[in-house]
Write a protein that binds this ligand. Structure first.
Ligand code: SAH
Ligand code: MG
Length: 220
């Protein structure tokens, strides 16, 4: 298979996967990750916060495979607040009948296996702030799409954005400047990032906003 065929197969698989990412935003995410992976000599490190059933994982994983990067895909796989019973983004097929909890890990795993991305994608099953607290290396691209309430969104931003190296990328999903379109926290993270002077805008598509680090982090 040619590299172009492999890419189009992976992007088609990502488009068909269950999840929360419009096709054009997924393509933009793949492109941002491709830039990040191409820039880092010797193999970039990508981190995804919020994987669900692996849709964004395949967009990012395709870019990882193409550039020799490794994607660490962090999720506890029990869903965010907005995925629980009675909330807007609930899907009853994803509830484990034994535990009664949402469990997207088997679906995530199937998506990554179907994509054949085991050589480029590592699943990290756990709570994002806990993983962040023990993660010491620099990150070349971080994609934040975890819990969208204020507490989890800020915890992801505070925990992960300082790890992005100067010249590296931060992508935030579900950034909606107009409150009629969606919740505030991802937009507030994006505003805070720009106001800090540490980041410059590096493109956007729909609700996906891409930032590039221009200054080292200062403690908040
Ligand atoms: N990127 C996915 C959608 C992610 S949905 C896609 O492309 O479809 C948000 C995900 O964040 C859920 O799977 C949820 O389990 C995860 N999440 C929420 N809070 C988390 C936390 N504190 N630690 C780890 N994962 C979390
Ligand atoms: Mg999202």
């Amino acid at each position: 298979m040619t590299a172009a065929d492999r890419r189009s197969n992976l992007l088609a698989l990502a488009r068909g996967a269950r999840g929360f990412m419009p096709d054009d935003e997924g393509a933009a995410l793949h492109q941002a990750a491709h830039r990040a992976g191409s820039q880092a000599a010797g193999g970039a490190t990508f981190v995804e916060i919020g994987a669900w059933c692996g849709k964004s994982t395949v967009y990012l994983g395709a870019a990882a495979e193409e550039t020799g990067a490794v994607l660490f895909s962090v999720d506890h796989h029990h869903g965010s607040e907005e995925n629980q019973v009675g909330w807007e983004h609930h899907d009853r097929d994803l509830v484990d009948p034994v535990s009664g909890l949402i469990d997207t890990l088997p679906f995530w795993r199937r998506t990554v296996d179907d994509a054949g991305l085991g050589g480029s994608v590592v699943g990290v099953v756990g709570d994002s702030p806990i993983v962040a607290s023990r993660w010491h290396g620099p990150v070349d691209l971080c994609f934040i799409d975890g819990g969208h309430g204020a507490t989890p969104a800020w915890a992801d931003f505070d925990g992960w954005s300082p790890k992005v190296a100067v010249g590296g990328w931060l992508a935030i999903h579900d950034v909606f400047p107009d409150p009629a379109d969606g919740g505030r926290p991802p937009y507030e993270l994006w505003c805070a990032a720009l106001a800090s002077g540490e980041w410059e805008e590096d493109g956007h598509r729909g609700s996906l906003r891409v930032l590039r680090r221009i200054r080292p982090p200062t403690r908040r």
